[in-house]
Ligand binder design. Structure first.
Ligand SMILES: NC(=O)CCC(=O)C(=O)O
Length: 269
């Protein structure tokens, strides 16, 4: 299974509509990929909190629509990263009544959305996400069928990486591969690298991490997107700048590894 991880760089001066066009064209150009992955909140920006209300959109809004069209053009699964999802007035607004979530979307090769995941762990402590959006409550998995097999993917977003119980929950739902888009700052990039490998090793699962590059809202992003095998081996890792990171994942080897070293069977609950 070939994955193309699109580590986008952006600053404060690129208009959102222009970035959506740029990202959609980049996705559409990823021929040969089985799965293309974008970062967290790449359109509204990960730390540009003041612009989130204006940038909020539904799952049928311009960002997801543009990436669905690109997915159909390239004929690959596309993880569209995340958007600030807004509920319409007649929809449930969430327990805090904010009607907004940090929501990622997985799109099929036919260009149709398959599943969406609302980020469970909100980053920012008393400010940022906990102040502006609702927390998701559901774990989300989806089956991907590619030329060399079938794999169940579990979705998580950025700060979720610090919460191993979420990944174990996804493993319990059958996930053998995790897709983690992020806007993770350079200041803590070693945590990002280490936690991705930790989630891979403890769950014997492939981890695909797509981070952001560049500096926006005064925060330098960490880059270093990576694809980690179920053994914990780093198959590919990006540097600090905008990069298309390509990695080949051996799905059969991951399944064999779980069978030959069946650590998960020794859990005591
Ligand atoms: N966007 C995020 O969730 C940032 C997470 C982060 O900076 C951290 O966990 O550290």
């Amino acid at each position: 299974m070939r994955v193309h991880v699109l580590q986008l760089a952006y600053g404060d001066d690129e208009p959102v509509a222009e970035r959506v066009r740029r990202a959609a064209a980049l996705v559409a150009g990823q021929s040969g990929a089985d799965l293309v992955v974008l970062p967290e909140l790449w359109a509204p920006t990960g730390f540009g909190y003041r612009g989130w209300a204006q940038a909020a959109e539904s799952l049928r809004g311009p960002t997801v629509t543009a990436i669905c069209e690109a997915a159909q053009q390239v004929g690959a699964y596309v993880h569209a990263g995340s958007i600030i999802e807004s509920a319409t007035e007649d929809e449930d607004q969430g327990p805090q009544g904010r009607g907004r979530w940090n929501t990622s979307v997985l799109i099929g090769p036919d260009g149709l959305p398959m599943v969406s995941y609302r980020k469970v762990h909100r980053f920012g402590f008393a400010a940022g996400e906990p102040d502006l959006i609702e927390a998701g409550t559901e774990l989300v998995t989806a089956g991907l069928s590619v030329a060399d097999g079938h794999v169940t993917a579990g979705l998580a977003t950025c700060y979720d990486l610090r919460f191993p119980e979420l990944f174990r929950g996804l493993t319990d739902q059958g996930a053998e591969l995790f897709i983690v888009p992020a806007a993770w700052p350079a200041a803590r990039v070693e945590h990002w690298r280490l936690l991705g490998r930790a989630r891979a090793v403890e769950n014997q699962a492939v981890v695909i991490q797509c981070n952001t590059a560049g500096t926006h809202a005064g925060t330098r992003m960490g880059g270093h997107s990576q694809v980690v095998a179920a053994t914990g081996e780093v198959l590919a890792e990006a540097g600090d700048d905008e990069t298309v990171l390509v990695a080949d994942i051996d799905l059969a080897a991951a399944a064999e590894y779980r069978e030959s070293f069946p650590v998960l069977a020794d859990r005591r609950l």
